[in-house]
Design a protein around this ligand. Structure first.
Ligand code: HEM
Length: 493
């Protein structure tokens, strides 16, 4: 009897909540029918950015979905993203609360996954200072050149063979970012390098798929092998960051700051000495989290950009030869490309824009959340609604680009060959949460890709058949990473 009463009570509560959600939906952007409890869960799987483009044809460029019981608003056009993230920046600058984000940020103590609050502001400011000091201009250039020289020597030994360059690109990029972050460079066979690369790859894959407990928070209290595995991976990675932090503290000299880790320690010590409130936002956990954001943000983005760029250039040899010819005429063969060459190499710049557009590595950016009850296009969006900008849709809109599925760098050049950048190209997102690593990311990609193409011709292995340009399933819907491929390198010198 009591079992029946409980069941009837529960079903009634679920139905009331469902009806209530439907009433609320009348004032929100339109969207498809959703079920009690599961909502539109099936729409959030696979390449969901493509599903969202289809849904926009029926419901318009701003529509609502239910991720389980959470309201989600999808922004499917440039106008919608501009209105939300630029005109109403602060209203849309939050982050949703999810178990996966909580685990990787140790409870929101980083920049990426923390909500829009003073701690986030402080760490973004520190981030910019750290990048300016240790990973920009001449400083960045010399780190890239040093790493490139080793990689060029390695690649030369493999001339003519079909090689998957993945691990070599990891080493190349790690040596730039890790030397800026904590003054470390790695050899391919070093244990620390292998561990960091393996755990980072596994973590990106596992976290990219998301957890069921992200959708149903109560499940976080039940045991889950995926969650346990992810916690273990994060412990390993953060353990490495903490180790660097402690070693730096032992040898810290305020008159000789060596890298980003020293920069962060200095901020902590200044706050301690001046007794300012920031001290609670500058614990060792916050410090290792910001260092870890720089490590992950700086490495994955560059590795995946390079992998996409080399793939597109191998598939389009005529474009690769144009890039190489431009580098030849501006840089020559006696030195590596420098940041001062960027202005004189518009075709290279246009090619990098086209890679970013075609690949759309973060097709749905990162999820935002509304910080207050707000409105968009006259619809009401309650506080705490998850907001997903569909950057893939912006980058592949036929009305904007004409032939979005064609790899054509010329679309980023005007009739005089000068660079143009349409507003709809937004790989770094926009507004208050826009990627703070944009300047570093672009400079790094220019120097790395420029150095590689200046020295080698990359072609598809003869026996391999046409390479797969669709993103690897492992990225889930959250990131577009290239499927594994092999290239043959031929020295240009
Ligand atoms: C090709 C290069 C890169 C691309 C395409 C890229 C893309 C993005 C995107 C789409 C976001 C989400 C923005 C949003 O929430 O709307 C983001 C955030 C972020 N990126 Fe990047 N990124 C790149 C390079 C970098 C680099 C080099 C770093 C650091 C060294 C970095 C650090 C971050 C951080 C810390 C955030 C979080 C910002 C916040 O939540 O306030 N990124 N990035």
């Amino acid at each position: 009897m009591w079992l029946t009463t409980i069941t009837v009570g529960l079903v009634t509560l679920i139905l009331i909540k469902w009806l209530n959600d439907y009433v609320k939906r009348w004032r929100m952007p339109p969207g498809p029918f959703f079920w009690p409890i599961i909502g539109n869960l099936s729409l959030f799987s696979g390449r969901m950015y493509l599903t969202f483009i289809d849904l926009a044809k029926t419901y318009g460029d701003v529509f609502s979905l239910k991720l389980g019981m959470t309201d989600v608003v999808v922004l499917n056009s440039l106008d919608a993203v501009k209105e939300a993230f630029m005109k109403k920046g602060a209203d849309f600058a939050g982050r949703p609360k999810m178990l996966s984000m909580d685990i990787s940020s140790e409870g929101g103590k980083d920049i990426v996954f923390t909500d829009y609050n003073p701690t986030w502001k402080l760490h973004r400011k520190l981030f910019h200072g750290a990048i300016r000091g240790y990973a920009s201009g001449q400083n960045l250039q010399s780190k890239v050149h040093e790493s490139l020289k080793d990689t060029i020597a390695e690649f030369t030994k493999m001339e003519g063979q079909g090689v998957n360059l993945d691990d070599y690109l990891y080493q190349l990029v790690y040596n730039v970012i890790c030397s800026a972050a904590f003054g470390v460079r790695y050899n391919m066979d070093e244990e620390n390098f292998k561990t960091l690369m393996k755990v980072s790859k596994d973590a990106a894959e596992r976290f990219g798929q998301g957890f069921l407990a992200d959708v149903y928070p109560l499940l976080r209290f039940l045991p889950s092998p995926t969650v346990t595995a992810c916690r273990k991976m994060m412990d390993q990675i953060l353990g490495i960051m903490q180790c660097h932090l402690e070693q730096h503290k032992e040898t810290f000299d305020p008159s000789n700051l060596r890298d980003i880790t020293d920069h962060m320690i200095k901020a902590q010590k200044d706050a301690e000495e001046e007794g300012i409130q920031d001290i609670n936002s500058l614990t060792d956990t916050h410090l290792r989290q910001t260092i870890s954001d720089i490590f992950f943000g700086g490495t994955f983005s560059s590795i995946f950009s390079l992998r996409w760029a080399l793939l597109y250039l191998a598939v389009h040899p005529e474009i690769q030869e144009k890039v190489a010819a431009e580098l030849d005429s501006v840089v020559g063969r006696d030195r590596l490309p420098e940041l001062s060459d960027r202005e004189a190499t518009p075709y290279m710049e246009a090619t990098m824009h086209e890679v970013m557009r075609m690949a759309s590595m973060d097709p749905l950016s990162l999820p935002h959340a509304t910080t207050v009850d707000t409105t968009l296009r006259g619809y009401q969006i309650p506080k705490g609604t998850m907001v997903m900008p569909n950057l893939w849709a912006l980058h592949h809109d036929p009305d904007t680009w004409g032939d979005p599925d064609v790899f054509r760098p010329e679309r980023f050049l005007d009739e005089n060959g000068k660079p143009v950048k349409p507003a709809a190209l937004m790989p770094f997102s926009a507004g208050r949460r826009a990627c703070p690593g944009e300047t570093l990311g672009k400079a790094n990609n220019f120097l790395l890709l420029g150095g590689l193409v200046q020295n080698f011709r990359f072609s598809i292995s003869k026996g391999e058949g046409p390479p797969d340009l669709t993103p690897d399933e492992k990225g889930g819907g959250a990131s577009c990473i290239p499927s594994p491929y092999k290239v043959v390198m031929t020295c240009r010198k």
